[in-house]
Design a protein around this ligand. Structure first.
Ligand SMILES: C[S@@+](CC[C@H](N)C(=O)[O-])C[C@H]1O[C@@H](n2cnc3c(N)ncnc32)[C@H](O)[C@@H]1O
Length: 246
């Protein structure tokens, strides 16, 4: 399939902000309109699991525990769309001094990750099945993040699905707000044109330095995600981008 994009007109930019304000394109819909979204699911109580609207659910200590962890000066890294979780789990084990926070809207994948966190006795990894675009503004203080990893996000090929795509001007605003100065935005895709769209959106934002491949060393050794491993097996090129928050 062809992934095409063009520089945004003022009208397209305004539309992206209007859609964001209206909560359009949120995966799973708008949590404010979902029944019981102020409650944790039973399987998530007293687990390293959180939802933005259930931070105060008194049945579990989840919200208070995560808030206390975030209130320290421990480095925090986020992965958005962790899927099977291989990169995130490996990162948490490799860097026990950092706090890792993962977002994955697929409920089943999030529950599987909780099982792996318990099995490997990992204490520095928290996950949420909220759409990151909804959760991050409510849960994370500005300037708190040291790194954001976005690896092989869905391209959402069809025009009617573009509103679900992660990258848009308001999403780049969100990343710029939550990353601290010097923080890293790490992006990979096997769809080159999506990579180029991301590069355009990030570089024209003004808060980020241009893509610098040498910053790959800040990621260091890592376990590939499921998609990256698939690309490696099928000799399919991967396009990697690294941007620093100014
Ligand atoms: C194409 S998959 C890639 C998974 C994994 N990163 C990999 O490379 O194998 C993208 C994942 O992002 C998740 N996702 C999509 N939009 C999201 C959002 N707004 N917030 C959190 N997760 C999202 C999807 O559920 C899906 O599992």
């Amino acid at each position: 399939m062809n992934f095409t994009w063009e520089e945004l007109s003022e009208a397209a930019r305004a539309q992206a902000y209007a859609d964001w304000q209206a909560g359009k394109g949120l995966i799973g819909g708008n949590p404010h309109q979902r029944p019981n979204s102020h409650l944790l699911p039973v399987w998530g109580v007293d687990q390293p699991f959180f939802r933005a609207l259930a931070m105060d659910d008194a049945r579990g200590n989840n919200g208070a525990t995560l808030a206390a962890l975030l209130a320290t000066d421990r480095p925090v890294e986020v992965e958005i769309g962790f899927g099977r979780g291989d990169f995130l789990l490996d990162r948490a084990r490799r860097h026990p001094q950092r706090l890792l926070v993962g977002y994955e809207t697929k409920n089943k994948a999030t529950r599987l990750m909780l099982q792996r966190i318990a099995r490997y006795e990992i204490s520095n990894l928290w996950v949420s099945d909220d759409d990151v675009r909804f959760n991050l503004p409510l849960v994370m203080e500005d300037g708190r993040l040291d790194a954001v990893h976005i690896l092989f996000p869905d391209p959402w090929w069809k025009p009617q699905h573009h509103v679900k795509r992660l990258f848009s001007p308001p999403f780049v605003d969100l990343l710029a707000a939550k990353l601290q100065s010097g923080g890293l935005l790490h992006f990979k895709s096997d769809v080159q044109e999506y990579g180029e769209l991301v590069r355009y959106l990030v570089e024209q934002h003004g808060a980020f330095l241009p893509h610098d491949p040498a910053l790959a060393e800040r990621v260091g050794p890592y376990a590939p995600t499921h998609r990256e491993a698939w690309c490696q097996r099928h000799q399919r090129p991967v396009y990697a981008y690294y941007f620093v928050r100014q």
